[in-house]
Design a protein around this ligand. Structure first.
Ligand SMILES: *[C@@H]1O[C@H](CO)[C@@H](O)[C@H](O)[C@H]1NC(C)=O
Ligand SMILES: *[C@@H]1O[C@H](CO)[C@@H](O)[C@H](O)[C@H]1NC(C)=O
Ligand SMILES: *[C@@H]1O[C@H](CO)[C@@H](O)[C@H](O)[C@H]1NC(C)=O
Ligand SMILES: *[C@@H]1O[C@H](CO)[C@@H](O)[C@H](O)[C@H]1NC(C)=O
Ligand SMILES: *[C@@H]1O[C@H](CO)[C@@H](O)[C@H](O)[C@H]1NC(C)=O
Length: 657
């Protein structure tokens, strides 16, 4: 019953205004639903996007087994990335509905906006050995549970462990950890914030905490996301997210965002303890400021954000002496523990103007490119595999009040004579007495944040010998269906589909798809159906060379130039002796065949394997691909199954200069 009520509230407060992440694929809280509508909008984060939308389903290889899900795998940057060599580029693509970009003077827009791009990572482990905190997609669409601490606000360390173990299920998604939400549930909310005429509720302990915000006044829970942190950036307490970039309307805000980023600015939190010796820290405290914290026997401690820990350097001197070799090391207190240790430091996020997009339209920017940002992937000095999640938030506001100078002193309080600068559905005077007109204003959505996130992906160390090479990721966006059925996702295409690189640069070709998403009922207010070639409900892609973009036939192998001119730097399988034709067949068959001859790849060869289905039905949905070094020339390519002239174009080119 509880869940049903929450669900209804959610539907009632959503209007359609959105951000959708297309590369890497955004989940918008979907997992492995076969339906057009997603099952649980509260699964892991608050997107504030309509409940019944068509978005990318979970890319999976093996039905709904978590360990069988394909995780995109991007090579980390090389060790000298901070000096500008050995970058790994991942093209982030999205659509946002209300426009962004354009300067106030010569190119005004109808909203103020900025986009915040962030990620979180942890060491990779096999799903079988994971624990309550392991980043994962889960295998069912339910949210994790949360049981509040009892109202005495007192529990032993053991009780805390039991409470957590009782809540966290290994079958369900984890992005933020249980402690993060529990901390948020228990910490008083920032009472200096502007909440207009919204009535923010109290938690079970009898006070209003950080789970209640102007945008979430009822304290609905979305996975283990903290609503106060979700709604605000830069956030004033430590958080598990690392900043990549802020894309702003006006670059005058850049120095503010960069200097206030948790990447470079220490953030404080109240720490209380389980024991009198003050050695066992609790993960939560009610107090959100220094005075209340000290008055209640807590320690007000500063925490720093970091790329990863460097546990090999056990003293401050040793830690700092490693700075210089492309990375900065700092001896500091990391989020999540109270002892100082050696950490790999983060740099300021990049800040620049957002691509220009138009209002009421999920489309491209002015230059005809999808809104994009090139994420230069981090280099982890430990050279460990990492599990990560990426998040993009789209923040829009208006000039109806000044968001940076409006605070709790402007909250609606008619008894005290305070009228909020914005109120719900106000009636306005148009000059005719007693004939007011009503404006459509929802103060919970005035100054509003939309969000999308990826599923879990991997950042993996590079193969040996290519530390200084530039790597470009070449992937596939969109899902199966015609233009109406896929909306607001997009039809299949390569990303980036126009790529200009230099002689000697590397390209990692890789894609992921679903085997089960038939976009069936329920469809909500989207449209069900999954028109396309091949078995219904399946995504397939491949990569074959063609002569030029105006054609729709690939080149016969004998006429191709690509395969004989590229060098295979890395490929997903163990057979090392990959000839040009082996590679061509591998990419054309989406990895169904590894090579031509059984003497090279045994049972995976064209010689020994059953014939490939001509629509790739028996090929895998996801493909780990290969890292290829290109030489000068222009190479056009296409996907044979999905490219469908007049219905869909899935073609691209790589120009090597
Ligand atoms: C969104 O912008 C408002 C200002 O309009 C700011 O107060 C808030 O912290 C921002 N939140 C995020 C997540 O960017
Ligand atoms: C991203 O958009 C910009 C501006 O439209 C464009 O110049 C650039 O080529 C795009 N990048 C990619 C990788 O598509
Ligand atoms: C609220 O903002 C006003 C300026 O508009 C400022 O003078 C006041 O100190 C602020 N109050 C709080 C509680 O931050
Ligand atoms: C392939 O190359 C042969 C020999 O040069 C040529 O005759 C033929 O037209 C080419 N075919 C295509 C499709 O380009
Ligand atoms: C395009 O798709 C429609 C169905 O959506 C189909 O009837 C038509 O045959 C397709 N066109 C081609 C060239 O396959």
């Amino acid at each position: 019953m509880m869940r049903l009520c929450m669900f209804l509230v959610v539907i009632a407060t959503f209007s359609d205004a959105d951000i959708y992440l297309h590369n890497p694929r955004g989940s918008n809280d979907r997992l492995n639903e076969q339906s057009a509508a997603r099952t649980n909008a509260n699964r892991v984060f608050d997107s504030q996007v309509r409940n019944s939308v068509l978005l990318e389903a979970l890319y999976d290889t093996a039905a709904d087994d978590e360990t069988g899900q394909y995780r995109m795998k991007y090579f980390q940057s090389g060790s000298a990335v901070n000096e500008g060599t050995g970058e790994s580029h991942l093209t982030i693509e999205w659509t946002n509905q209300h426009g962004c970009g354009g300067s106030e003077d010569d190119d005004p827009h109808k909203t103020n906006c900025h986009l915040v791009l962030q990620y979180m990572c942890q060491d990779d482990v096999s799903s079988a050995t994971g624990n309550d905190d392991t980043l994962r997609n889960g295998k069912d669409t339910d949210s994790q549970e949360h049981t509040p601490i009892d109202d005495e606000l007192d529990e032993s360390k053991n009780d805390k462990t039991n409470r957590k173990d009782g809540d966290v299920s290994s079958d369900k998604v984890i992005q933020e950890q249980w402690e993060w939400y529990d901390k948020c549930y228990n910490r008083e909310r920032n009472k200096g914030l502007f909440t207009a005429d919204q009535n923010l509720k109290d938690n079970d302990n009898g006070y209003s905490s950080a789970i209640y915000t102007r945008q979430n006044p009822n304290g609905n829970r979305y996975g283990y996301e903290c609503p106060e942190e979700r709604d605000h950036y830069p956030y004033w307490h430590p958080s598990p997210w690392r900043d990549i970039s802020v894309l702003v309307q006006e670059t005058t805000l850049c120095s503010y965002f960069q200097e206030e980023s948790f990447n470079v600015k220490e953030r404080y939190e109240c720490v209380e303890y389980y024991n009198a010796q003050r050695t066992q820290a609790k993960h939560w405290s009610r107090w959100n400021n220094e005075k209340d914290c000290l008055d209640n026997n807590g320690d007000w401690l500063g925490f720093v954000n970091y790329l990863e820990k460097a546990p090999d350097y056990t003293s401050e001197e040793e830690c700092q002496s490693h700075t210089g070799s492309g990375q900065r090391y700092i001896w500091a207190r990391p989020y999540g523990s109270i002892a100082k240790e050696c950490l790999v430091a983060l740099e300021m996020p990049e800040c620049k103007q957002s691509p220009w997009t138009r209002d009421n339209h999920l489309g491209n920017d002015r230059d005809g490119y999808a809104s994009n940002y090139t994420w230069v992937l981090p280099h982890f000095p430990s050279q460990k595999d990492k599990r990560c999640v990426f998040r993009i938030r789209y923040n829009i506001s208006t000039d109806d009040y000044d968001p940076y100078n409006t605070n709790s002193s402007h909250n609606h309080n008619p008894q005290e004579g305070v009228i909020s600068p914005v109120v719900n559905n106000p009636a306005v005077d148009i000059g005719a007495a007693n004939v007011p007109l009503r404006l459509a204003i929802n103060t919970a959505q005035y100054g509003r944040i939309f969000q999308d996130r990826t599923h879990v992906f991997k950042l993996t160390p590079r193969p040996a010998g290519i530390d200084t090479k530039k790597i470009y990721n070449l992937n596939v966006r969109g899902k199966r269906g015609n233009i109406v059925q896929v909306y607001p996702a997009v039809e299949y295409d390569f990303v980036p589909n126009r790529l200009t690189i230099e002689d000697g640069d590397l390209v990692h070709i890789q894609w992921t798809g679903s085997n089960t998403h038939n976009n069936g009922n329920p469809g909500g207010d989207g449209q069900t159906g999954d028109d396309g070639q091949g078995t219904t409900g399946t995504d397939r892609n491949n990569f074959v060379q063609m002569n030029q973009a105006l054609e729709n036939y690939p080149l016969p192998y004998e006429n191709t130039t690509l395969w004989s001119s590229v060098k295979v730097v890395w490929i997903y399988h163990e057979e090392s002796n990959v000839a040009a034709k082996d590679l061509a067949v591998n990419m054309a068959s989406a990895g169904y065949y590894r090579c031509m001859k059984s003497s090279i790849c045994n049972q995976h060869s064209v010689e020994t394997k059953d014939a490939l289905n001509k629509l790739l039905n028996n090929a895998p949905a996801s493909y780990e691909g290969a890292l290829l070094e290109f030489t000068k020339g222009t190479y056009h390519y296409m996907c044979t199954r999905n490219n469908d002239f007049t219905n869909r174009s899935q073609k691209g080119y790589i120009k090597v200069v």
